[in-house]
Design a protein around this ligand. Structure first.
Ligand SMILES: NC(=O)C1=CN([C@@H]2O[C@H](COP(=O)(O)OP(=O)(O)OC[C@H]3O[C@@H](n4cnc5c(N)ncnc54)[C@H](OP(=O)(O)O)[C@@H]3O)[C@@H](O)[C@H]2O)C=CC1
Ligand SMILES: CC1=C(/C=C/C(C)=C/C=C/C(C)=C/C=O)C(C)(C)CCC1
Length: 311
């Protein structure tokens, strides 16, 4: 009898959650439709801004630099470790004839280097008005098979760097009443796949960082500094090149376009592709076995295991 009652209560709880979820989706759709019809989302221009992009020597960072140039920013500052690749991206930006471009070698995993390089940038170029924290690494490997040094490296580059760069540029943004901080997180900051525990942890932390940054600014009634956290799914760059490409995989160009669009719309969170919103909902609202089934059935679980096996 007790077992039967427990099952009934569990079923009622699940149904209630699904009902709440459907109402939430309905409200969100209405809210979106209203904002499109009434155009309440005020768009801002990025023209004349000075953008700093970390991890700009290739992949998403490179596309971001070219995309921001297309949208009329006046100056782009590129950071990375590979100076040859940085120079080549700098040339590509300059060839567009749309923005000035500077590049600096900086290992964002090294706090003192970040502080020194920011200071140099501010002396050479002036104040940064849009910061894009994009640099990232993945080592790959199950928890017990991953070296401690690699775990620390992932957290330093993927997460802690956002603290150091943001602490460096936020004071001037606040003093001037204008700015935007963007973080490139991941859908792996919303749900986990096996085999990359340090990467997943770093990305969940990045999502938390932007939530708390926005909360802190809004609590002080500061709406003049925008905060955007971008969570892309698998993107066809060097980073996850050993992962099976699927129809839902993104190109770095798509991620860059949606990121600039989100800055212009002052959007706090972007999940790409849009259908990935469902995974966030699944993961946070429904029993964990549902998400595991989706990951299993779609082959996502196996893809990541194969990716790790190639490392
Ligand atoms: N590819 C994907 O499937 C997805 C990627 N992302 C995220 O997008 C961001 C960009 O990734 P993506 O373009 O795909 O990756 P790439 O590997 O193509 O590029 C990574 C960039 O980060 C830079 N970087 C790495 N380590 C450091 C470091 N210690 N200091 C400074 N720069 C560093 C690299 O520059 P250099 O080698 O010159 O130092 C490079 O420019 C990352 O944060 C990643 O986690 C999110 C979702 C999906
Ligand atoms: C969950 C899920 C999928 C796979 C997602 C994957 C494989 C994401 C990988 C993300 C990466 C590599 C992020 C890096 O930061 C599919 C198959 C699209 C179908 C819908 C549900």
């Amino acid at each position: 009898m007790a077992h039967f009652l427990t099952r009934v209560v569990a079923l009622c709880a699940s149904s209630l959650r699904i009902l709440l979820l459907l109402s939430f989706v309905f409200i969100r759709i209405c809210q979106y439709a209203c904002s499109r019809v009434l155009r309440t989302n005020r768009r801002k221009s990025v023209s004349g801004e000075t953008v700093l992009i970390t991890g700009a020597s290739r992949g998403i960072g490179r596309c971001l630099a070219l995309e921001f140039a297309k949208h009329g920013v006046s100056t782009i500052v590129l950071w990375g470790r590979d100076e040859e690749k940085l120079s080549s991206v700098k040339m590509e930006v300059e060839e567009t004839g749309k923005a000035r471009c500077h590049s600096y070698r900086c290992d964002v995993g090294d706090r003192e280097q970040v502080y020194r390089t920011i200071q140099k940038v501010q002396e050479d170029v002036g104040r940064i008005t849009i910061l894009v924290n994009n640099a990232g690494v993945v080592h790959g490997g199950a928890l017990l098979a991953t070296d401690d040094d690699k775990i620390e490296d992932t957290l330093r580059v993927n997460t802690l760097s956002h603290f150091w760069t943001t602490k460096s540029v936020l004071p001037s943004m606040l003093a001037n009443g204008r700015g935007h901080v963007v973080g490139i997180a991941s859908t792996l900051g919303l749900f986990a796949l096996p085999g990359v525990p340090d990467y997943v942890t770093s990305k969940f932390s990045v999502v938390g960082f932007y939530e708390s940054l926005a909360a802190e600014l809004r609590a002080q009634d500061r709406w003049d500094v925008g905060v955007t956290c971008v969570c892309p799914g698998h993107t066809t760059t060097d980073m996850f090149k050993d992962l099976t490409t699927r129809p839902l995989s993104l190109t770095p160009q798509q991620v860059a376009e949606q990121t600039v669009e989100a800055v212009k719309n002052n959007q706090p969170r972007v999940i790409l592709p849009r259908v990935m919103h469902l995974t966030w909902v699944l993961n946070s609202w429904l029993p964990s076995s549902w998400m595991r089934t989706v990951l299993y059935v779609t082959g996502a679980m196996e893809d990541m295991e194969n990716f790790c096996a190639k490392r």
